[in-house]
Write a protein that binds this ligand. Structure first.
Ligand code: CTP
Ligand code: MG
Length: 231
């Protein structure tokens, strides 16, 4: 099975604020995005790596993110206006011989080899797989006036993370169909679900956080300290 990892890292990090995109921020000295890519390559499961970065930043990413850490990415391609467009750009650059596509957010540096392997195995068997964790807050659906319309039972609700893995043929079809139908989502699996394909849920870990806000950055630093034995 040839596995291609697509890493969308073309966002602007608006919720983080700050002068530059969060992928360049250093966590204990190493750029966030380098950490994510090193975790992926260390899994030993990835045959091809396609990195998607903000248009025009390909040289900077090679110089700051890839080269200093000896990370080999087959392709570094410009992303699009939303995450789905960026993953689509990565998919267009994926080698034709890919059997499985693994999508993993550039902003999730704590992914483990075990999670990657479980996602790939489930996708190979079922068609697609999503790493997710049970929600801990009760979820409300509200309308545009701020009035609550629905409170779904918490049992059975999961927060989707990445990695997400899909059989390549299925994922390409899902992107084409979403494009044709004008369907947009921040979640890769949502595109495949609407084809009616069953997707396997892989229980993940809250450690696999997406660095989105300054609070996440503080949490990420604390996780790294704990892993280094510093408490
Ligand atoms: N992403 C992308 N292309 C986009 C938007 C997002 O490749 N047009 C990537 C981000 O770089 C990130 C991942 O998708 O690795 C998850 O997105 P998110 O955490 O929302 O990152 P940003 O979009 O950069 O942050 P924000 O939404 O706060 O602006
Ligand atoms: Mg975003």
């Amino acid at each position: 099975m040839r596995v291609t990892a697509i890493v969308p890292a073309a966002g602007s990090g608006s919720r983080m604020g700050g002068a530059e995109p969060k992928q360049y921020l250093r966590l204990a000295g190493v750029p966030l995005l380098s950490r994510t890519l090193l975790a992926l390559t260390a899994s030993g499961c990835v045959d091809h790596l396609v990195l998607v970065v903000p248009a025009g930043q390909e040289p900077r990413c090679r110089a700051e993110i890839l080269v200093p850490y000896g990370i080999a990415a087959e392709r570094v391609v410009p992303g699009g206006a939303d995450r789905q467009a960026s993953v689509g750009a990565g998919l267009a650059a994926a080698p034709a011989d890919s059997d499985l596509i693994l999508v993993h957010d550039g902003a999730r540096p704590f992914v483990t080899g075990a999670l990657i392997r479980q996602a790939l195995a489930a996708a190979a068997e079922a068609g697609g797989a999503v790493v997710a964790v049970p929600v801990t807050d009760t979820i409300k659906r509200a309308d545009e006036t701020g009035t609550i319309r629905e409170t779904p039972a918490r049992a059975g609700l999961w927060a989707a993370q990445t990695p997400q893995a899909f059989q390549a043929r299925l994922f390409r079809e899902a992107h084409q169909r979403a494009q044709a139908d004008g369907f947009r989502s921040t979640d890769d699996s949502a595109l495949v679900e609407r084809l009616g394909c069953p997707i396997r849920l892989v229980p993940g870990s809250r450690d696999n956080l997406k660095v989105t806000t300054v609070l996440d950055l503080i949490l990420a630093e604390a996780l790294l300290r704990a892993a280094a034995g510093g408490g």
